[in-house]
Ligand binder design. Structure first.
Ligand code: CA
Length: 396
């Protein structure tokens, strides 16, 4: 179907609504408006039409106008207190002298629509014009009560500064696209940074394109407040009953909570086991200033998942070599002796915690700089101003 055929019979163009769920209420809290066309072969997405570079901008603006107006009209008539997520192409708006989006919203406000129900989705990474203009547009929309969501965060060349500049209420992360990128611990890192960023700027994370239970679990695990995707609900020609999936949602989340609890219980188990073991060991083999010799004596009693051991002082300077497990024996490597580790995340905080709480601390899982393996570090105060660090292989 070519662009002209679409334009000549606009009655076949329909907005479809894909439900968005909330982690806290388990209910549908909104819908993303998606353009569809009814054909002899069934309902088709208009995505290819909008992404076709040979389609003149005026054509796609016209279809966009039609879909948006129809959806806004539906929201107004329906009376449902739900959010409506509308995709806009910022590049089109920046060249649109008449500012159709703004005037359309004002018209609907006059008709009685509460604009705080509207979320405008903008894509930050493909903005061709001036970001200041986009930021101004977002500011103007927000002053009318409209919310701003940034689409496709985490794929393409997203720039955290530019995201923050738009002061969004919601960051939309395409979990499917993200997971299809090279699978490595790096996207855990991307999501972790996004979670921190969203917290700092007061935005919520919305995961979209969730296609299976694993992706749903992963999204929940990564601080997703809102969820969208075929796994939960397909785009539909009308709004759905907002409690429709509540029971199923609750059941899934219940499973996630059980798994998460198990994970933390086993971490606490490991941490207390290491605490007890070190307490006993150090009673028998008290710390001496020849830290390498002392450390090897300790290391020989440690379980096989311990791969690297070293000692630092209370300023984070490494006072021992690294003891490294090689097959069944421990080898010393003095390359890192004298290095300072105080710049590492939580380092100083953990030293203080060990002093205050008089027990060792198990870190979160991270990827080792040298080997790329998933590791955790257990740290333990062995004497005044001396701390033992044990790197542990995860999933052994
Ligand atoms: Ca979108």
């Amino acid at each position: 179907m070519n662009a002209l055929e679409i334009l000549t019979d606009m009655s076949r163009v329909k907005p479809y609504y894909q439900a968005i769920f909330s982690a806290d209420s388990h209910m549908i809290i909104g819908y993303e408006v998606l353009a569809r066309i009814e054909t002899e072969d069934g309902v088709k997405s208009l995505g290819p039409f909008f992404h076709d570079p040979t389609v003149p901008i005026e054509f796609s603006l016209k279809v966009d106008d039609y879909v948006q107006t129809t959806a806004l009209e539906y929201l107004l008539q329906n009376g449902e207190k739900t959010l409506l997520f509308i995709n806009v192409n910022v590049n089109h708006i920046l060249i649109d002298q008449d500012d159709d989006l703004m005037s359309r919203l004002i018209t609907f406000r006059q008709k009685g629509l509460d604009l705080s129900q509207i979320v405008i989705e903008v894509t930050e990474h493909n903005v061709m014009g001036d970001m200041i203009k986009v930021a101004t547009l977002c500011k103007n929309l927000k002053s009318m009560g409209v919310k701003i969501a940034i689409d496709d965060v985490g794929i393409g060349a997203s720039n955290l500064d530019r995201i923050a500049m738009l002061e969004p209420d919601i960051l939309k992360v395409d979990i499917h696209a993200l997971k299809n990128q090279e699978h490595s611990t790096s996207y855990d890192g991307v999501l972790y940074s996004l979670a921190l960023l969203s917290r700092k700027i007061g935005a919520e994370l919305l995961f979209e394109a969730i296609e299976d239970s694993d992706q749903f679990h992963y999204s929940w695990n990564n601080n997703g407040r809102y969820y969208q995707g075929y796994f939960l609900a397909k785009p539909h020609h009308s709004f759905l009953e907002k409690n429709m999936f509540k029971d199923r949602f609750k059941k899934d989340i219940y499973e996630f909570i059980l798994l998460e609890r198990k994970k933390y219980q086993s971490e606490y188990g490991l941490s207390s086991q290491l605490n007890n073991q070190l307490e006993t060991l150090i009673k028998g083999i008290s710390f001496d200033q020849d830290s390498d010799r002392w450390m090897i004596k300790i290391a020989e009693h440690l379980a096989s998942y311990c791969m690297r051991v070293y000692v630092t002082d209370d300023h984070g300077y490494q006072i021992s070599s690294n003891a490294i497990k090689n097959n069944d024996s421990w080898m010393l490597n003095s390359d890192y002796k004298g290095r300072n580790w105080s710049w590492r995340p939580f380092f100083i905080e953990n030293l203080v915690r060990m002093d205050e709480e008089s027990r060792g601390i198990l870190s979160d899982i991270y990827s080792d700089i040298e080997t790329g393996e998933a590791v955790q570090t257990f740290s333990y105060r062995v004497a005044d101003s001396s701390y033992l660090f044990i790197d542990i292989r995860v999933n052994q």
